[in-house]
Design a protein around this ligand. Structure first.
Ligand SMILES: *Cc1c(COP(=O)(O)O)cnc(C)c1O
Length: 463
């Protein structure tokens, strides 16, 4: 069509992306598209749809990184084509992964950090599977050597993250998750001993329990297991689920003994993408000694060129997260991690004080003795006009995600609400949140959604 006829073709020109033919009709959503589309248009559609997702920085439910330095964005872009599994094609990425393993072994006080076994994973969940398998294999070998049955392995834990429920179910292991009680929301040494027997493949204390964010007493549990061994001969290893705590305690609480300083701790997992400050998609598992990781679990592959050992659930995996982890280690060092995390603790403790002052809330965890976080419940005998579920819902109106949830078995009656303070959740942001919290409380005073308590329920409490 000749240029002088352009008035006739005006409709066919892309004056505006939203007026073009792609975007003036619906794009297919659940059927595979027949035709191709213009990249610019499709990008805009996908970009726009993502606006409906929550804003991650206001998501106070997540433990995962939601703010990264610009250099990390650059490294992620530079690594977009690197496949972690292909150690022959990307030997430097493999070397960097291996350096991270040694740095973590050193950070966690491995007696022999230079020769430690370990690997990166997609997160603590995969790391837990690998750590758990190593324990099952070791236990089975020990029992077989004694001519004993290997039919009924069990795992003793406190209120664990869902990954251990998965591990137990997928690998056919009885999960002995010690039930909670009124006044006890963590695993104790006493309960551990009461639940262990010769079929216990390991005890899993958590350094930063998902529900309340507190640390379980690893050293006490380890001492109690030492005593159990003296008394009965049972030698039960510890694997620490340090998903969050593994990247907090070494920097902020270096005297806390929870790691390889305790000889009974045979393996540790942690999430690089939580307080390790890397982008999503990296976790770590480290074994104390090479004999703690059974040789049967390691595969050798040679079809990528070169012979390489692999122990993982996944095969192909992006390298960027691991490279960014290495960047963070070099960039921050112990000093930088301590500064960032200490300021998170300060903010969590400040917020806990402020929320305690508001009135209807009872603080369960105030940011001391666990990870930088806080959680609370409603005071007994108080009816502020809302449940914590209503409160969470109302806060969502301003974009804040502050989840309310019930506790694990035996304390399902206890509903709590939790806030995680991470890199990028500043004091200033918390003050804005506090304003919104106060606004919500005022709103429910005039628009209550729960029935007033009877005299009995209120127990004489006057709000
Ligand atoms: C987050 C978390 C996990 C799971 O880790 P991912 O990295 O999300 O797979 C396991 N255990 C604990 C204690 C956690 O906090």
């Amino acid at each position: 069509m000749a240029l002088h006829e352009k008035d006739n073709i005006r409709d066919k020109l892309f004056d505006d992306i939203y007026a073009c033919c792609d975007l003036s009709s619906k794009l297919p959503k659940y059927k595979f598209p027949k035709k191709e589309h213009n990249p610019r248009n499709v990008y805009q559609v996908v970009h726009d749809e993502l606006m409906l997702d929550g804003n991650s920085r206001q998501n106070l439910a997540t433990f995962c990184s939601t703010w990264m330095e610009p250099e990390v964005h650059n490294l992620m872009e530079e690594c977009i084509d690197k496949n972690m599994i292909d150690k022959d094609e990307y030997p430097q990425s493999a070397e960097i992964e291996s350096r991270c393993v040694h740095m973590l072994a050193d950070l966690w006080n491995s007696p022999d950090a230079a020769n430690t076994m370990g690997c990166s994973t997609t997160g603590s969940s995969e790391a837990a599977m690998l750590g758990g398998m190593a324990m099952k294999w070791r236990w089975r070998e020990k029992m077989s050597a004694l001519g004993k049955s290997t039919d009924k392995p069990n795992l003793v834990t406190g209120p664990v993250q869902i990954c251990w429920h998965k591990f137990a179910r997928y690998w056919d292991i009885e999960l002995r998750e010690v039930p909670l009680e009124k006044g006890r929301l963590l695993l104790t040494a006493e309960e551990v001993i009461a639940h262990c027997d010769e079929n216990t493949i390991a005890v899993i204390p958590t350094l930063g329990v998902t529900f309340t964010c507190q640390y379980e007493p690893v050293e006490e549990i380890s001492n109690a297991l030492d005593q159990l061994q003296k008394d009965t001969g049972l030698d039960i290893p510890i694997h620490v689920d340090a998903a969050s705590g593994g990247f907090l305690a070494p920097f902020v609480d270096p005297d806390l003994k929870w790691d390889f300083r305790l000889p009974r701790v045979k393996s540790i997992n942690a999430s690089g993408h939580k307080y390790g400050l890397s982008p999503l998609g990296v976790g770590w598992v480290i074994w104390r000694n090479s004999e703690d990781l059974h040789k049967d679990l390691i595969f050798e592959v040679n079809y990528l060129g070169g012979n390489m050992a692999t122990f993982a659930l996944n095969f192909s995996r992006p390298a960027g997260q691991i490279i960014s982890q290495y960047y963070n280690f070099l960039r921050l060092g112990k000093e930088g991690y301590r500064k960032i995390h200490q300021s998170c603790y300060d903010t969590a403790q400040y917020l806990a004080d402020m929320i305690a002052k508001i009135g209807p809330f009872k603080i369960i965890y105030d940011g001391h003795g666990g990870i930088p976080a806080l959680c609370w419940t409603l005071k007994d005998g108080v009816n502020p006009g809302f449940t914590l579920y209503d409160f969470a819902d109302r806060l969502r109106n301003r974009g804040w995600q502050v989840p309310a949830y019930s506790m694990p078995p035996n304390r399902e009656d206890l509903v709590i609400q939790r806030i995680l303070i991470r890199h990028g959740v500043s004091r200033d942001l918390c003050d804005l949140l506090l304003e919104d919290i106060n606004r919500c409380i005022e709103y429910f005073k005039t628009n209550p959604v729960t029935k007033p308590l009877s005299e009995d329920e209120a127990g004489g409490y006057r709000h």
